[in-house]
Design a protein around this ligand. Structure first.
Ligand code: FAD
Length: 456
């Protein structure tokens, strides 16, 4: 699985190069290898998994630095986990929630997860979002009624016009930060509506029990990519890590992918990387439409994991869940491994706050996060472990949880997102109309790209 790639002397028949060893690329690669194709996967990082990554918080106990949660509707993910002999475990969400939403910084503790804000104003916000999602065409958002108008408007502009109540205005950016790692100024209303629809609706996307956060992959979601990589090798495939694709050329009925250390020739290719990174690859002949626009943003999430000997908040009837108007930790959740210890409180630093936090020194990050966590949960001892994963500045992700389509993006990019460019096919969660931005979307996109290629 190490790097080093001699230039291939000739193109084997029925061969494919897959660029990107995230979930989408590996799904496509394994499907192709299982059907007898000779598959080479090129991965820029020195590991597989892309936006999934594990942290071992105690011997044999893993948590997720990247993607973590899944729900029952993520059917392809469940099927793949079962095929890879991996299990899921329920996400812990028992006990009361903490909210620090008041201007004076005071905290409220409530049963359940509904914030202590004006219920009518929040109900009205959710109704409006439901209406937007219901009106969007999930298969082709750019053909939705009023697509032009909705694609020109940012979610921040929309909130300014549509949300008269201060509680709804306060909650809206927190909600978008938690759900999409987005600053409302960065996404178009069409993208917001599509994201909600694609993910199964607002309630499903935000729920733990019965929703998209119901379970986690026992041992960490990164294991899925590791198992897929192993299956690829067992099926005769080849994987080169530390091997970024710089150019994808097509001539004489074949594709050549160039990297800093060599070139790889094949009958066809799958490019399975996020839009901003696909746009950085040189395509010859050039793409008719770029993969990202000037307003395509990177989702902004920094994940902070505080590790304690035990999840002590549970003894105090608290779930570990909190939502906070001030950062850095805009929300926290109990991410204790299924084995029950060590206690892990994960903080999400999202949207504009993620840029501020990412710019701090490690010592400042730790001081700010520990201080806020211990104000929220005064029973916490000093953490025994502290991990920060800055996805904002990860050069090989450029956007987490997923790319954010800004004004104009859906109309310009949408029609060609999944259209092959000659012998080059495109995958990646951002090319999936279903569960866009999620693990499930990545798998579905990988399957689609493999099917396209096999049908050639
Ligand atoms: C903090 C965080 C939390 C998340 N939470 C969840 C969650 O709870 N549930 C959920 O379903 N999803 C979640 N997601 C989203 C989920 O991780 C992604 O949707 C999914 O992993 C995307 O897979 P992908 O294969 O499309 O892209 P990626 O995982 O980004 O894979 C692309 C791969 O391509 C490589 N690459 C890029 N450019 C090149 C190049 N030029 N040459 C070669 N290789 C290249 C990258 O290194 C990467 O390995 C989260 C993401 C993050 C970061």
């Amino acid at each position: 699985m190490s790097a080093a790639a001699p230039a291939a002397p000739g193109r084997p028949p029925h061969s494919a190069v897959v660029v990107g060893a995230g979930l989408a690329g590996l799904t496509a690669a394994v499907e192709l290898a299982d059907r007898g194709m000779r598959v080479t996967v090129l991965e820029a990082r020195d590991r597989v998994g892309g936006r999934t990554r594990g942290i071992e918080v105690a011997p044999g106990r893993w948590i997720d630095a990247g993607a973590a949660y899944l729900g029952d509707r993520h059917t392809e993910l469940h099927t793949l986990l079962a095929a890879c002999d991996l299990k899921t475990a329920p996400t812990a969400m028992h006990g009361a929630s903490r909210f620090a939403l008041a201007e004076d910084g005071s905290r409220a503790t409530t049963d359940g997860r509904f914030p202590p804000l004006n219920a009518v104003a929040l109900g009205d916000l959710f109704e409006q979002l439901d209406e937007l999602a219901a009106a969007v065409r999930p298969d082709a958002p750019w053909l939705s009624p009023n697509a032009d108008r909705l694609d020109a408007l940012t979610a921040a502009d929309w909130a300014e016009r549509q949300l008269p109540h201060p509680d709804a205005r306060l909650f809206f950016p927190l909600f978008l930060g938690e759900m999409m790692a987005a600053d409302p100024a960065e996404v178009s209303v069409l993208h917001l509506a599509f994201y909600l629809r694609s993910g199964g609706g607002l309630r499903y996307l935000n729920a733990f029990e019965g929703g998209a956060q119901q379970d986690r992959v026992a041992g960490g979601a990164h294991r899925l990519c590791e198992r897929l990589a192993r299956r690829l090798l067992e099926a005769g495939g080849v994987l080169h890590t530390g091997e970024p694709a710089l150019a994808v050329e097509q001539s004489d009925g074949e594709v050549t992918v160039r990297t800093p250390s060599g070139s790889y020739r094949a009958a066809a290719a799958v490019v399975a990387v996020p839009p901003l990174l696909a746009d950085a690859i040189e395509f010859r002949p050039g793409l008719p439409v770029r993969r990202a626009g000037s307003r395509t943003g990177r989702g902004c999430a920094v994940k902070v994991n505080l590790v304690f000997p035990q999840p002590v908040w549970r003894e105090h009837g608290l779930s570990g869940w909190s939502v906070n108007a001030a950062g850095p930790l805009l929300s926290t959740v109990d991410d204790t491994p299924p084995e029950g210890s060590p206690g892990v409180l994960t903080g999400f630093v999202t949207g504009a706050e993620a840029h501020r936090f990412a710019a701090l020194s490690p010592a400042e990050q730790r001081a700010a996060a520990v201080d806020q966590a211990s104000r929220l949960f005064p029973m916490l001892p000093e953490p025994v472990g502290f991990h920060v994963t800055d996805w904002v500045n990860e050069p090989w992700s450029r956007g987490c949880y997923a790319a954010l389509f800004g004004p104009g993006d859906w109309l310009a990019l949408g029609p060609t997102l999944t259209v092959p460019h000659g012998r080059v096919h495109f995958a990646g969660t951002e090319t999936s109309a279903e569960f866009f931005g999620l693990l499930e979307g990545a798998i579905r996109s990988g399957r689609r790209a493999a099917a396209e290629l096999l049908a050639r």
